[in-house]
Each structure stands twice: as structure tokens, then as C-alpha cells.
Design a protein around this ligand. Structure first.
Ligand SMILES: Nc1ncnc2c1ncn2[C@@H]1O[C@H](COP(=O)(O)OP(=O)(O)OP(=O)(O)O)[C@@H](O)[C@H]1O
Ligand SMILES: [Mg+2]
Length: 257
């Protein structure tokens, strides 16, 4: 296996709020190899988005450490792209300008960025909406703008928090195939958070399953289905038996909750 890009060790996060302390993660260990596609599966509220925000450098751990290429993560980094669970678009900016946000923040070449942004808008099926504003788009369309924004600066590490959850079944399937294609063509490393077992099995090289809150790794599974995976892969017995194995694990998790 290739070098470890991202390492999470003994990670703990406790939120302090007016309602008291909430332990979101405790003693979580995980790693991502360079070029790997890792899916993180876990029940709602177990701390998946918290984990993503930590790796993105948007939140500090209460315990443990997170390193990227051996360096502790101290804040947001230019070589990391993030697709948030909510689209989080700027309502006063057009679709194109929202996608261009990382290009402007990182002071990259704007003409080249614009070309890439338009390519990505085409990829997510929104090329005719470049000049529309977020308020004129559906929830699923806004989420696709968020996906284009996460990819526009060509980050080596892409963090995706349930990016396809708001999409209709047809678009979701199309986006899964496209994401696999982009990943295979560009050698990116991806952390993909999802609730969907088939989505995780279809996309991932490895799946990390988190416990109910406070989240920690309770299972790791390598997915050795050959690539490229296609729509037909989802009908194969091996695909279904992995999904069933994960489903029974989840049933146990929910019983423990
Ligand atoms: N800013 C915050 N202040 C206090 N508690 C928080 C905060 N953010 C998250 N939490 C709590 O931490 C826990 C983990 O939240 P998180 O959003 O990471 O879960 P999640 O696994 O992403 O859930 P979902 O699958 O529903 O998106 C939850 O119990 C949540 O209520
Ligand atoms: Mg979440």
C-alpha cells in the first residue's frame, strides 16, 4: 500500500454549548493512504461531520491528533477541497462565482479557473445555470454547485460530507460514476462521508464504520471489487453480500443506541 497521507489518532472532540458538554468523538483512529478512496459510514449524529471539519482544519480536537503528510493540521489548506453536507453557497453570487470562490481565495489564475469551473458545471449538469443565483436553484442543484466548487482548484485531498444525499436517484447514480471517473483519472485521495451503504460499497477502496456517538472506529472493510465499477456492479452477488454484511452491522448499532 502507498504512503499514509492522513492519520487520525485517538481523536476526541467535546463541544461545549449552553446545554452542557457533548462528546462527539472519542478515541477515533483512522488513516487514508495517498490515492485511496475512503468511505466513512456511521449512524446519524455519531460525529461524521465533526470528523470532516477537523480534517479540514475548521475545528480543533479536544484530544488526539490529525496529521496530513506527517504535519499537524492547523487550519484550512489550499491542497484540500471540501464539499459540505449543506451547499453553503453565497446567495448574492452567481453559480459561476460560487464555484470560483476557492480560485479567488487562493489567488489562482482566474481565466483558467473560469474554464475549469465551466467544465465542472457541465459535468454536474448545470452549464446553463452559470449565471443563475442560488435562490433560483433547487436543493439538489445547489449541492451540485457545491461539488463543482470543491473540485475547482484541483485539490489533492477531497473531503466530501454526504454530497449526494439531496440528489434524486438518477442524478446520484450519474454522480457516483462521475466521481469514480474523476478519482481514477486524477489520483486524488478522497474521504467520502455517507449514510448510504450501497454508495460506500460502490465507491470505496476501504470503508470505516463508526459507532453511535461518541464516534469511534468499530469496523474496517476493504472493498476489493474490480474497477471501474459500473451500474452492473450493483447487481453482482459479491456487491450485495458486502452490503448485507454492513446492513446487519448497522442493525446491531441501532439496537445499541
Ligand atoms: N457546534 C456544536 N455544538 C454543540 N454540539 C454539536 C455541535 N455540532 C455538532 N454537535 C453535536 O455533536 C454530535 C455529532 O454531530 P455531527 O454533525 O458531527 O454528526 P453527523 O454524524 O455528521 O450526523 P448526520 O449524519 O446527521 O449528519 C451531535 O450529537 C451534535 O448534536
Ligand atoms: Mg453530518
Amino acid at each position: 500500500m502507498s504512503e499514509i497521507l492522513l492519520q487520525v489518532q485517538g481523536l476526541g472532540v467535546t463541544y461545549a454549548s449552553a446545554r452542557g458538554k457533548v462528546k462527539a468523538l472519542e478515541g477515533l483512529d483512522a488513516r487514508l493512504h495517498r490515492g485511496e478512496f475512503l468511505a466513512v459510514l456511521g449512524p446519524s449524529g455519531c460525529g461524521k461531520s465533526t470528523l470532516l471539519k477537523l480534517v479540514a482544519g475548521l475545528l480543533r480536537p479536544s484530544a488526539g491528533r490529525v496529521t496530513l503528510a506527517g504535519e499537524p493540521i492547523n487550519g484550512p489548506r489550499p491542497d484540500v477541497g471540501i464539499v459540505f453536507q449543506q451547499p453553503t453557497l453565497l446567495p448574492w453570487q452567481s453559480t459561476l462565482n460560487n464555484v470560483l470562490l476557492p480560485i479567488r481565495t487562493l489567488r489562482r489564475d482566474l481565466a483558467q479557473g473560469r474554464r475549469r469551473a465551466l467544465e465542472l458545471l457541465q459535468l454536474v449538469g448545470l452549464e446553463t445555470f452559470a449565471n443563475h443565483y442560488p435562490g433560483e436553484l433547487s436543493g439538489g442543484m445547489q449541492q451540485r454547485v457545491g461539488i463543482a466548487r470543491g473540485l475547482v482548484h484541483d485539490p489533492a485531498l477531497l473531503l466530501m460530507d454526504e454530497p449526494f444525499a439531496a440528489l434524486d436517484a438518477m442524478t446520484r447514480e450519474h454522480m457516483m460514476l462521475e466521481l469514480q471517473r474523476i478519482w481514477m483519472a486524477t489520483c486524488k485521495s478522497i474521504v467520502f462521508i455517507t449514510h448510504s451503504i450501497p454508495e460506500a460499497v460502490f465507491l470505496a477502496d476501504r470503508i470505516v464504520v463508526l459507532s453511535a456517538r461518541p464516534g469511534r472506529t468499530i469496523r474496517e472493510l476493504s472493498i476489493d471489487l474490480p474497477r471501474p465499477r459500473t451500474v452492473a456492479t450493483m447487481g453482482e452477488p459479491r456487491f450485495n453480500s458486502i452490503c448485507n454484511e454492513l446492513r446487519s452491522l448497522f442493525t446491531e448499532l441501532v439496537h445499541f443506541n
